[in-house]
Design a protein around this ligand. Structure first.
Ligand SMILES: [Zn+2]
Length: 77
């Protein structure tokens, strides 16, 4: 167990994670994120703290704040 490869720990695991619906809906740049930054833990709601990465967490929080301040739906084209 002394030779733990970080890439194994942070492996993209579709069994325990899924794309964040909240970010997918509100972030126009969602597809440009790194795969891990799109994912939330499968057992959690689509909330910022469920994100697997700090970058994903921050982007989710920014979307929440933007929605709070703008009041207008971001999806309205
Ligand atoms: Zn999210």
């Amino acid at each position: 167990m002394e030779h733990i490869n970080p890439s194994v720990i942070y492996r993209f695991d579709t069994r325990s994670s899924r794309p964040c619906e909240f970010c997918r809906e509100l972030d126009p740049h969602f597809p440009e994120r790194r795969p891990l930054d799109q994912m939330v833990a499968i057992s959690r709601k689509a909330i910022a703290s469920a994100h697997l990465t700090e970058d994903g967490y921050v982007r989710h929080r920014m979307l929440e704040l933007r929605r709070m301040t703008s009041r207008a739906p971001l999806t309205a084209a």
